[in-house]
Write a protein that binds this ligand. Structure first.
Ligand SMILES: Cc1ncc(COP(=O)(O)O)c(C=O)c1O
Length: 401
């Protein structure tokens, strides 16, 4: 029966609810729309989580944008070729070319780690090395996949300003022909960076020019490329295709997809074996139409930009709300969709009981708050208000909690 109301079980979650309260949730009523032929109301499981739960842990914690979900539903039904031999994947090439130019070829994959892995393998020989920032996701957060699965040497470089520069690339660009040294072959940049900052178009252009002069190809980890383009107010090709970037790991999941990233080859001369590497890296989706149709919904109109602009605006709102509070030191400039701040550990602990977020650096007490396409102004304002209360408690009684 469509529109049946059923009684849900209590959810055991510490996520904050829409009214900012924490703790276990009480028995809730959940509207379910289901096929008449399905089981009776009593047989249906309740949602396992609170549909009003909010947090600032990651843009990965958000759900699916309704327009994406609708696109998946539209692509459902009937049979289509598997492994990319479907109309959605074929049509997708034109969509990506609108953004990245006529030479671009997109290879949908499952996740960002896989996109990076396929990209970097396609750009290197077995004895090659990749120059990256020490803070790069490929260096710190992929469980060594580039090394272990890709067999690559990463030349991770400390970056005082969180970003690579031609000078920092130059420190690593040496040793060619020396059999004792993995051969530098690729420079990998992240845009927006893992620390929520941005390379300007000119900064990327300068790195690419320097890299190419050294016969190094350039890969861009664009897990949050849309946030970067929205913040810089330029098309995505302005800091990729137009400045000579060779390969992009294109992020979709963090910008509203259910799941899906794409490896976008901008310079076909810089890669080889893409199709084989995608399969052997376990990134070839059999029902690829459902990944591709999400990208089409994201990129054929302005959904990608709306989502990214909104996430960025929510981070700016959050920063503005907490910037001047005693006891909060906002770190780094807030340029995309994350805010980094140093707080007292006791405040962090109490706040995290209400709203999940990550401790970025346990040594310094730095935390990360990340916003997403579905973060609302109310979410931010409630979080900031709670935060102000916690800071007041902290000032009165530093041992509280
Ligand atoms: C900059 C960056 N690159 C790559 C990834 C990897 O994405 P996934 O978790 O889908 O493998 C992430 C994930 O958070 C990321 O932040």
């Amino acid at each position: 029966m469509a529109g049946t109301i059923l009684l849900a079980e209590p959810a055991h979650s510490v996520w904050a609810t829409a009214d900012g309260q924490a703790g276990q949730h009480q028995v809730r009523r959940v509207a379910q729309i289901r096929h008449p032929a399905e089981r009776t109301t009593r047989d249906l499981p309740a949602t396992l989580h609170d549909l009003d739960a909010r947090g600032f842990a990651s843009d990965n914690c958000a759900g699916i944008h309704p327009e994406i979900l609708e696109a998946i539903t539209r692509a459902n039904g009937g049979h289509q070729g598997a492994y990319g031999a479907d109309v959605y994947t074929q049509h997708l090439q034109g969509v990506f070319r609108q953004h990245f130019g006529a030479e671009a070829t997109a290879y949908p994959v499952f996740n960002g780690t896989g996109a990076n892995l396929v990209s970097l393998q396609a750009m290197t020989e077995r004895w090659d090395a990749v120059i990256c920032a020490e803070s790069a996701h490929i260096n710190l957060d992929e469980c060594g996949a580039p090394e272990r699965v890709g067999g690559l040497k990463l030349l991770a470089t400390p970056t005082p300003q969180d970003k690579l520069t031609p000078e920092l690339v130059e420190l690593q660009a040496r040793g060619w022909g020396d059999e004792h040294r993995a051969q530098p072959k690729v420079v990998s940049l992240t845009q927006s960076t893992e620390l929520g900052t941005l390379y300007t178009v000119d900064e990327i252009a300068a790195i690419v020019e320097h890299a190419h002069a050294r016969d190094l190809a350039v890969h861009l980890d664009g897990a949050r490329i849309a946030n970067a383009a929205a913040a810089l107010d330029v098309p995505m090709r302005a800091f990729t295709t137009d400045v000579g970037v060779d390969m992009v790991s294109f992020g979709g999941t963090k910008n509203g997809l259910m799941l899906g990233e794409a490896v976008v080859v901008l310079n076909p001369d810089a890669v080889r074996g893409m199709a084989f590497l995608r399969k052997s890296s376990m990134q070839l989706a059999s029902k690829m139409r459902f990944v591709s149709v999400q990208f089409e919904a994201l990129l054929s109109g302005d959904l990608w930009l709306r989502n990214a602009r909104h996430a960025n605006a929510m981070a700016a709102r959050l920063e503005a709300a907490v910037r001047d509070l005693d006891g909060v030191q906002v770190q780094r400039s807030v340029e995309a969709n994350s805010v980094f701040a140093i707080l007292a550990e006791s405040v962090t602990e109490r706040m995290r009981e209400r709203y999940p977020f990550h401790v970025w650096d346990e040594r310094t007490g730095e935390v990360r708050w990340m916003t997403s396409f579905d973060t609302t102004e109310l979410d931010v304002d409630r979080f900031a208000a709670l935060f102000k209360d916690e800071m007041a408690i902290e000032v009165r009684d530093p041992q509280a909690g």
